[in-house]
Structures are given as structure tokens and as C-alpha cells.
Design a protein around this ligand. Structure first.
Ligand code: NAG
Length: 309
């Protein structure tokens, strides 16, 4: 079975198992108590031992199974020390391999694939103990389009007893989603999710222009898109250049597989081509299925939109 399934489902099946292992590594670093925090740019951008180790697990495992794909990870920390053998994952999620794959994904070759990895999305929240904001993101692009994604939430249920810890959500465009119960956001309200730790006057002015009934300020693009697909928010609005392709590739694929949309503040989709610049310079606007994406775009103040190029 594993040999006969097309590349994209095989990549998703492996990414699910790999993201689960990365999540264990993240929990182990936390429970040992020494996060090994370093500041990456001096500008509210942290990296921990968990980011570094989870990325090594993901990249080593994926490149071993899929040597010809391009993999781009958030953390550029070349390390000469050998990767522990129990970080190299060879398991796959068998259920994914049995899915029907649409024609356009049947013939994808490894050379066309770019995998965007954020080993730990929501690092500041991780260091501050807001553990359910943390996700592992593995986004799969073909050419310039995000087509599939895996979001693992290592601390899902962490405040509940007797519930399994952690969960993994996946989506493939044209195939479907799994690992969670999709839900529509409540009618007659406007709930917007946005950044918790990277707000600016422009971010706030854009939110104000949309007159939300409620604003959910949470960490991580993965966590924000989860709020959309589980019906807790109608839109994710971030009028700032502060996030990167590895933050949006996986969440976008899952959201779009469900009928939602993710663009910049001009309504343009991001390219996930391997040569594309990393920053999402046009900001992020994501809306759940059935939401009027254009309505939100029109509300973005013109002066702010002009700066986001
Ligand atoms: C992807 O490439 C195609 C063909 O060159 C182009 O028409 C399309 O606009 C690109 N999409 C994105 C999101 O960059």
C-alpha cells in the first residue's frame, strides 16, 4: 500500500507521524525544565532547545524518506552532532494512504514539492506557559501552491485529566481534513483572532475598522487558524509583515481544504515556491468557510494596506 499511494498522501502520512514525534520532543524539553532560550534577532523572537530539536527531528526524518524534496525550516541551526536515532521517524499514518487522491495530485514529482516547517509555532507562548497555543507546522506545497498541511498541537487537553494529550490535524486540498470536528463560527457576531505578542498601532487600527464583537489574542498562526476551523472565530487578521511562509503554509492548506481562504491584505495568495522570500510582507487575512473575505479586505485602512507591500 505504502508504495502504491501517490507522493502527496505519502508525505502527509509521514508528516503526521513525524509531527507527533516532534511534539513529544517539545514536551520532553519542557518537562526537563531547561528551555535553553536564545534571542534570535533581539526583537521579540525567541528560540528554544525545543525549536531546535523538533526541527532536527522533522527535517532528518522527512529528508530520509523523501530525499528529492525541498525542505525549508524556520530554524537555521546547522548542527554537526548526530541526530539521536529515536528522533528519526519511519512510521506513517496508514489511514491517509487509503484516501482517494484527485487527479491533479496523482502525478506530483518530488522535485516539485516544497515542505515548509515551523517546528514550534508560538515560541513566546511556550516559554510563558500558554501551552495550548503551541503547534508544530508541516506545510506541503507543489510548485507555488500550498496543497496539504499538518498541524500538531502537543498540549491539546493539557489542563484536562483523563483525556489523551495532544492531537494532530491534517488537510489536503480537494481531499478533505481530519483530526478534528469542523464547525462554523456563530452567526450574527464577528469574532476576530489576532496576534498576542506582536501587536502594532496598524494591527490595532485594522481590527478597529472591522468593528469586531470580540477579539481573541492568541499566539501562533497554527493556533489562530484552528480557531477558524473549529468555529471559535470568523477571521484571522494581522496587518503586519511579521509572519513567514512556514507559519502559513500548513494552516492555509487545511483552511482551504475546508472552504476557507488565506491571503495578504490585498487579497493576493502567497506563493510557496522554493525561491520565494520568506516574509509574509502583505500581512495575513484568513477567513473561515462561508465568510465574506472581500468584506474584510475592504475594511483595511488604505494607508495601512499601502504600507504592506
Ligand atoms: C503560481 O504560478 C502560476 C503560474 O506561473 C501563477 O499564474 C500564479 O499566480 C502563481 N500563484 C501564486 C500564489 O504565486
Amino acid at each position: 500500500m505504502a508504495q502504491t499511494a501517490p507522493l502527496i498522501p505519502r508525505l502527509v502520512a509521514s508528516s503526521i507521524a513525524i509531527a507527533n514525534r516532534a511534539g513529544e520532543i517539545i514536551r520532553n524539553v519542557m518537562s526537563k525544565g531547561d528551555l535553553g532560550i536564545v534571542e534570535k534577532t533581539g526583537k521579540n523572537d525567541l528560540q528554544t532547545e525545543a525549536d531546535r530539536s523538533a526541527q532536527r527531528c522533522i527535517i532528518t526524518s522527512l529528508s530520509k524518506q523523501f530525499p528529492s524534496i525541498t525542505i525549508i525550516g524556520e530554524e537555521d541551526e546547522p548542527s554537526d552532532s548526530p541526530v539521536p536515532s529515536d528522533w528519526v521517524v519511519s512510521e506513517v499514518d496508514q489511514d491517509i494512504l487509503r484516501l482517494e487522491c484527485p487527479d491533479n495530485l496523482q502525478q506530483v514529482s518530488a522535485e516539485e514539492v516544497v515542505v515548509w516547517v515551523d517546528p514550534l509555532d508560538g515560541t513566546s507562548e511556550y516559554t510563558q506557559g500558554l501551552l495550548d497555543h503551541v503547534t508544530v507546522l508541516i506545510g506541503i506545497a507543489v510548485g507555488n501552491r500550498s496543497v496539504a498541511g499538518v498541524i500538531h498541537q502537543p498540549y491539546y487537553n493539557y489542563q484536562k485529566e483523563n483525556e489523551p494529550l495532544g492531537r494532530t490535524i491534517w488537510g489536503i486540498r480537494g481531499v478533505g481534513v481530519g483530526g478534528f470536528e469542523p464547525k462554523a463560527a456563530p452567526e450574527g457576531q464577528r469574532i476576530i483572532t489576532t496576534t498576542r505578542s506582536h501587536s502594532t498601532p496598524e494591527v490595532q487600527a485594522t481590527l478597529d475598522a472591522m468593528k469586531p464583537d470580540n477579539i481573541l489574542r492568541v499566539g501562533g498562526a497554527g493556533h489562530k487558524v484552528m480557531l477558524l476551523i473549529e468555529g471559535k472565530a470568523h477571521a484571522y487578521v494581522f496587518a503586519s509583515a511579521g509572519c513567514k511562509r512556514w507559519d502559513t503554509c500548513a494552516p492555509e492548506a487545511i483552511l482551504v481544504a475546508l472552504g476557507g481562504k488565506l491571503t495578504d491584505m490585498h487579497g493576493k495568495e502567497y506563493s510557496y515556491d522554493k525561491n520565494t522570500p520568506f516574509p509574509n510582507k502583505g500581512g495575513v487575512l484568513a477567513t473561515g468557510k462561508g465568510e465574506n473575505h472581500e468584506w474584510y479586505l475592504e475594511k483595511v485602512p488604505e494607508a495601512i494596506r499601502k504600507k504592506l507591500v
